[in-house]
Design a protein around this ligand. Sequence first.
Ligand code: ADP
Ligand code: MG
Length: 454
Amino acid sequence: MITCDTQEAWTQFLEYVKERCSKTAYENWLAPIRVQEASDEEITLEVPNIFVQDYLLSNYKKDLCSFLPVKAPDEPALKFVIQAPKKEAKPAPVVHESTTTNRSPTLHSNFYEIKLNNRYQFSSFIEGTSNQFIKSAAMGVARRPGASYNPLFIHGGVGLGKTHILHSIGHYVIEHHKNLRVQLITTEGFINDLVENLRQKTIDRMKRFYRVDVDVLLIDDIQFLQNRLNFEEEFCVLLDHFANNGKQVVMTSDKPPSQLKLSERMKARMEWGLVAHMGIPDLETRVAILSHKAEEKGLDLPNDVAFFIAEHLFYNVRQLEGAVNRLSAHSRLLGVNVTKDLVTNTLGELLQSAPREKITVEQILKSVASVFQVRVSDLKGTTRIKSIATPRQVAMYLSKLLVNDSLMSLGVFFNKTHSTILHACKTVEQKMKEDDSLKHQIDQVKQSLHCQQG
Ligand code: ADP
Ligand code: MG
């Protein structure tokens, strides 16, 4: 039975909300709700899915209480029923389409289309100590999907090449395993699709697509799943399905699973296979990346200028790319060669954020000592107690990474052979992959060094 008053109250509530939220939010979340039953005591709403119900209650509980009957203070007298799903159409065929442009995901985005960036291939990914491991793990996965590391979880800071590697896997699989179907999704895009398909009542079709039509699933930026409780379950089910069927999943994230605010169940799934860290490229790799990008653009970039840029831009690779683009435009427009002067003039404000002075081994020792709570003299000494030996190895690793000195001269500083320094670097890199707290401490040292420079 629908009483006119309560129905009217609901209409008034909708009008009230309509003026206070965006058009998209209104159309996505509120417009699909129908009044199924309404009496003076209670109102039953028909919603397309549980997410709409959650949305309504978490955003408008107070307002609902002002318009509708209540069963207790701050508790609207609401009941919900979920709309029955409609019979669905046959899914459209999978289209593998490569494109150089990233079409922005719209709410109506077509989930069977794969969008790979042609620039992101293994052949254009420059290797160095910071990413060698990831590149070979990714190539392993691309060569034998489902058979080596599953899932492969890649984490690391912004602009370090995670998305590039993910697309490279996609390209490789499409080219070398014609029978396998690849899908690449961004977590945000997937959630939008999920909501849209729930709304359009095509969710079963979407689920079937992922279960039946996808053999290799590449998920970018899984950190966006944090605080999206309702969607975590969908991802869990999806990951289970892929794992149980020996199908490959690769995920990228800005943090390792242990540091993501997700359920233990979800984190456990992320850690099933291989968790690998993408580090900041060292000086030589940055120079190699710059030279490669310059070559791609047909820009003549002298080696000493490449070194100069690499010394001053070290947070992420995207910045290096931006630098090459800007230099290329300026040198072409002005008809001049690329020199350090041109770099200073065109990249001025970019370089300001980089260190004004070079980082020294002494500064690294001080920062390591303070983060690891040891004395600088211990770091220079020879004791092998673990609580000192580890920070000493960290100091060597960071010196190799941040100080533009040869291994030989670093060896002299630490009173060690260059092979000991190299061994320390490898040990630290390996330990960082397994020990998040060590990685965190090293990040702290790096941060404190960059602050000192600023
Ligand atoms: P992330 O996903 O980690 O934020 P991206 O994969 O988007 O980073 O990389 C940012 C840019 O830097 C991209 O244009 C990518 O091609 C480039 N890039 C990153 N790492 C490398 C590398 N090792 N070699 C060549 N280009 C790289
Ligand atoms: Mg990315």
